[in-house]
Every structure is written in structure tokens, then in C-alpha cells.
Design a protein around this ligand. Structure first.
Ligand code: SF4
Length: 150
């Protein structure tokens, strides 16, 4: 099982009983079904894919706002060809998985066609940026986009 877990969730040990200690999580165990491992104190190791309840809420708020922004931009007619490409050595990009690749005319050899480069961030940097964006989010953004449509 992949994904992000809530480290404050009291049912984590119930999801994988190999994690269950006498009180809370057992020490020095690694789950074979979740991306969770504990240290000698029963705390989560840094490699665990888990965040606090507060971080989860920040991520949910960010995602909801991002979805609203994307929806509003599409409704305003902003549908530019703007595929991403990761800046790391994988070179992964949106076109690699796209069902429209055969008919799409995006070609980086043509003027004006370029990938939107995405830098690799640490988990901590992602959360910091999410919090910054949540704090600075413009509550009037959806209204401004609607006005743009009208
Ligand atoms: S192939 Fe075309 S439509 Fe598909 S992701 Fe790339 S640019 Fe977008």
C-alpha cells in the first residue's frame, strides 16, 4: 500500500498488527503493507510516509484550493498546452502518459513549445510551500476569474 498516512491516527497499529506495541507503536519494526517504520523509541522513522493531522489538513486545503483555481481557469477558457517535465534525471513528463500523444502537436523543437519544469522538493519544502500558499491564498480569486468570464 502506498500513499500518505496520518501519523496521529490511533488505528495505525490496527491496520498492521506487526506495528502494535503494548502502548501505541512497537519499537524497531517496519510494516510490510504500509510505508511505515519505527525507531527504537516506537516513534516513526523519517522514511515513513506519514504526516501530522495539521499537515494533512494543510494538504487538503491546498488541494481543494488548487482544484477550484484549475476549474475556474478552465471555465475562463485558459486551456494552454502546458505539460510538466520533472527537473530530475528521470525526465518524466506529462506526455509520457498521455492518451492524446499521437494526435497532439506539442513538439519542443517548435518555437513556443516548452515543458513547464518542476523542481524536486523535499517533503519538508513541499509542506512549507503549501503552508505559505494557504496563508497567502486570495479568497477573491474565484470571483475575479468569474468576472473575467462575464
Ligand atoms: S501529448 Fe499533448 S495533450 Fe498530451 S500531455 Fe503532452 S502536450 Fe498535453
Amino acid at each position: 500500500m502506498d500513499g500518505l498516512l496520518n501519523e496521529d491516527d490511533p488505528i495505525l497499529p490496527a491496520m498492521d498488527d506487526s506495528l502494535a506495541g503494548e502502548q501505541g507503536l512497537a519499537a524497531n519494526v517496519s510494516s510490510s503493507i504500509m510505508p511505515i517504520a519505527t525507531n527504537k523509541d516506537g516513534g516513526l522513522k523519517k522514511i515513513s510516509k506519514a504526516v501530522t493531522t495539521g499537515d494533512f489538513e494543510d494538504l487538503m486545503t491546498f488541494t481543494e484550493e488548487k482544484l477550484k483555481t484549475i476549474r475556474d481557469e478552465i471555465m475562463a477558457g485558459h486551456v494552454e498546452v502546458n505539460p510538466y517535465r520533472k527537473m530530475d534525471s528521470s525526465g518524466e513528463n506529462a506526455c509520457m502518459y498521455c492518451a492524446y500523444r499521437g494526435i497532439c502537436r506539442f513538439d519542443t523543437r517548435l518555437p513556443g513549445n516548452a515543458y513547464r519544469m518542476i523542481e524536486k522538493l523535499s517533503d519538508d519544502d513541499v509542506l512549507r510551500k503549501v503552508r505559505e500558499e494557504n496563508e497567502s491564498s486570495d479568497d477573491d480569486a474565484p470571483r475575479k476569474v468569474r468576472e473575467e468570464i462575464e
